[in-house]
Design a protein around this ligand. Structure first.
Ligand code: NDP
Length: 284
């Protein structure tokens, strides 16, 4: 079977074209939309991602401030920064970069991000709104998975989707979004017994575990669709996914590449959220 590559580049370009126009309209009517990126680590992969977000913002006409708090920042320091930026009317959107310093969890600090500026949907309020089916910002990576599937016209209603990973920023919100699309969802994690048996029962498998090569040909059934969310640094420095692509190709009907699949759509959706937050605050 030929395995179709589910590229995210075309979809990301379409989202970006719209975002650029909306950002230009905001700038023409007063001020450019403004994103505050809060960083509290010295992780090279995070620095690479922050740099790519800054470049994406610049290309789209979004102002972007990076606030470096240092890898030893305390919970209180990070919360204070998030509270101050939430209260600052010049800031439309806030994104807190991970990893956080040792001893600080996302749950300790994310509630300090105002819901209207929480463009990556990480606060308990944003996640609660999503779980309740109410409007709010949705974590961009989870949204990117659903948008990528829709873009490639892969049906979700009535299909069985296995999500590998249950984090608050990817796996759990993705399960909520898939339920909203009327999929039947199984969430897998590190304590799932016999992962291949569970995932090979699904029509669609989403790998979001952060483990290189975790999902292989034996984890999927013939003709399944496989979405690779993993963004892992291989020993040679390359970015690789959670799927052992060479074992899946020929068996899966479709597979999203890494890089070039979920990643560009995630960045595009984040930037779209920034512009939406700015539009909402200007019209409030
Ligand atoms: P976390 O480390 O927070 O969560 C990983 C999840 O995977 C956990 O629920 C864990 O289970 C589960 N898991 C780990 N090992 C296994 C295993 N052997 N079998 C089954 N489940 C397992 O990661 P994130 O959710 O933050 O990120 C997941 C991946 O997505 C990473 O590679 C990350 O880099 C990538 N990512 C990509 C983005 C993009 O734009 N493309 C954006 C954000 C993240 P348990 O809960 O039991 O520990």
């Amino acid at each position: 079977m030929d395995t179709v590559s589910l590229s995210g580049k075309e979809l990301a370009a379409a989202i970006n074209a719209d975002t650029k126009q909306r950002a230009a309209a905001l700038t023409a009517s007063g001020t450019a939309p403004r994103l505050a990126l809060i960083v509290a680590n010295d992780d090279p992969a995070s620095a690479w991602y922050v740099n790519s977000l800054r470049k994406a913002a610049e290309r789209l006409g979004i102002a972007c401030d990076t606030i470096e708090l240092g890898a030893d920042a305390s919970t209180e320091r990070i919360r204070d920064e998030l509270t101050a930026r939430s209260a600052d009317s010049a800031v439309d959107a806030i994104m807190l970069q991970t990893p956080l310093p040792a001893g600080v969890t996302l749950d300790d600090v994310s509630s300090a991000i105002a819901a209207g500026k929480d463009v990556d949907g990480v606060s308990p309020l944003s996640l609660g709104l999503l779980a309740s089916g109410l409007d709010g910002f949705v974590p961009a990576t989870s949204e990117a998975v659903v948008e990528l599937l829709k873009h490639h016209e892969i049906q979700l209603a009535g299909r069985h989707v296995a999500v590998v990973g249950r984090s608050n920023i990817v796996g759990k919100p993705l399960a909520q979004l898939l339920l909203a699309e009327n999929a039947t969802v199984t969430i897998c994690h590190s304590r799932t017994t016999d992962l291949p048996a569970v995932t090979s029962a699904a029509d669609i498998v989403v790998a979001a575990a952060g483990r290189i090569g975790l999902v292989t040909g034996k984890h999927i059934r013939e003709g399944a669709t496989v979405i690779d969310v993993g963004t892992n640094e291989a020993p040679d420095g390359k970015i690789v996914g959670d799927v052992a692509a060479e074992t899946v190709r020929g068996k899966a009907a479709a597979l999203s590449p890494v890089p070039g699949g979920v990643g560009p759509v995630t960045t595009a959706l984040l930037m779209r959220h920034v512009v939406t937050a700015a539009e909402n605050s200007r019209s409030a």
